[in-house]
Design a binder for this molecule. Structure first.
Ligand SMILES: [Zn+2]
Length: 270
C-alpha cells in the first residue's frame, strides 16, 4: 500500500513536470511531439463495468484514442492513447466491449490461441475466477473496432523456451489465429512481458510488424517502434491514477528499473 502511494506520488510529480515542460514549449512557440501511451487491461468483471465506463469517459476528454498498432505520425496535437486487453477473456466481450462500441473506440485483444474456448490454464500472478477465453465463434463475431493479436499458443515465458519451441509459439499462434478469424494478424503481446533479443528475432521471422511489452514507457510518437511499451490498468483504478497512467506519468518507472539493473550489475562486478 505504502509502495503504491510512493509510486503515485512520484507519478504525480512527473505529471506536473511534464505539464510545466509542455507549457514552456508552447510559450516558446514550439510544437512538442504528442505523447503516445498504450494501456493494457486483462478482464473486466460485471461489478467493474461502471468504473471502466467512467475511465473511458475520462479518456475521451483527455486524449485521442488510436489503434494500438498505429503506424506513422500521430493525429493532431493531443496526447494519443491506445487500449489493449491481454488473454481475450469473455468478460471483456461482455462488459468492456459495449462501452467501447458505444463510444466508437478501437481496441486490440491478444489471444492465447491454445486456450480459445477454455479456462485459463497458465500460471497467473493473480488467479481469476469465472474467466474463460472467448470461443472461436465469439472471436469471429467481434465488431470492426476490434483488432486481434497473438498472445502465443500456450502463454509461456518466451525467453525460457528452446529455439524450436519459441519459433513454434510465435509462428503457429499467428497462423492458427489467422485461420480461426480469417483476418490478418500482425501483432503479438509477450505473456508476462517476458522477451529477449532471441524472442524479437523469432517474431520478425514469424512475420509480426509490432510487438507489445509491459514496460510503462511511452510509445514512439512517430509510430515506428517495433516493441511498444504499455502501462497496466485496472478498471478499479481511481480517476487520479487512471489519468496519470493515461498521461504517461508512470514512464519514470522504466528509467528507475534501468538504473536499478545498472547499479546491481555494477555491485556484482568483481
Ligand atoms: Zn497474458
Amino acid at each position: 500500500m505504502a509502495k503504491n502511494a510512493v509510486k503515485i506520488t512520484i507519478s504525480l510529480l512527473w505529471y506536473c513536470g511534464e505539464v510545466v515542460r509542455s507549457t514552456a514549449t508552447r510559450l516558446l512557440g514550439r510544437r512538442g511531439d504528442p505523447r503516445f501511451i498504450v494501456l493494457y487491461y486483462h478482464g473486466v468483471g460485471g461489478d467493474a463495468t461502471a468504473g471502466f465506463a467512467r475511465q473511458m469517459d475520462l479518456l475521451e476528454r483527455i486524449a485521442t484514442v488510436v489503434r494500438a498498432d498505429h503506424t506513422g505520425p500521430l493525429p493532431g496535437s493531443r496526447r494519443c492513447v491506445a487500449i489493449t486487453f491481454d488473454d481475450a477473456f469473455r468478460s471483456v466481450r461482455e462488459h468492456a466491449l459495449p462501452e467501447l462500441v458505444r463510444r466508437s473506440l478501437p481496441l486490440t485483444i491478444f489471444v492465447p490461441v491454445e486456450y480459445v474456448g477454455s479456462p485459463p490454464g497458465w500460471a497467473m500472478e493473480s488467479p481469476v475466477d469465472h474467466e474463460e477465453v472467448m470461443t472461436g465463434e465469439e472471436l469471429r463475431a467481434l465488431p470492426d473496432n476490434v483488432d486481434l493479436g497473438s498472445h502465443t499458443l500456450s502463454h509461456p515465458h518466451l525467453s525460457q523456451l528452446s529455439d524450436e519451441r519459441l519459433q513454434e509459439e510465435v509462428e503457429q499462434s499467428r497462423l492458427k489465429l489467422v485461420e480461426l478469424v480469417g483476418k490478418p494478424v500482425t501483432t503479438l503481446a509477450f505473456p508476462y512481458g517476458d522477451y529477449d533479443q532471441r524472442t524479437l528475432a523469432a517474431c520478425r521471422t514469424a512475420g509480426y510488424e509490432r510487438l507489445f511489452a509491459i514496460e510503462p514507457r511511452l510509445a514512439d510518437p512517430r509510430g515506428a517502434d517495433f516493441v511498444r511499451g504499455r502501462i497496466a490498468v485496472e478498471p478499479t483504478d481511481s480517476a487520479l491514477v487512471f489519468r496519470l497512467k493515461a498521461s504517461g506519468a508512470f514512464a519514470w518507472m522504466t528509467y528507475a528499473s534501468a538504473l536499478k539493473s545498472r547499479l546491481l550489475a555494477r555491485r556484482s562486478r568483481p
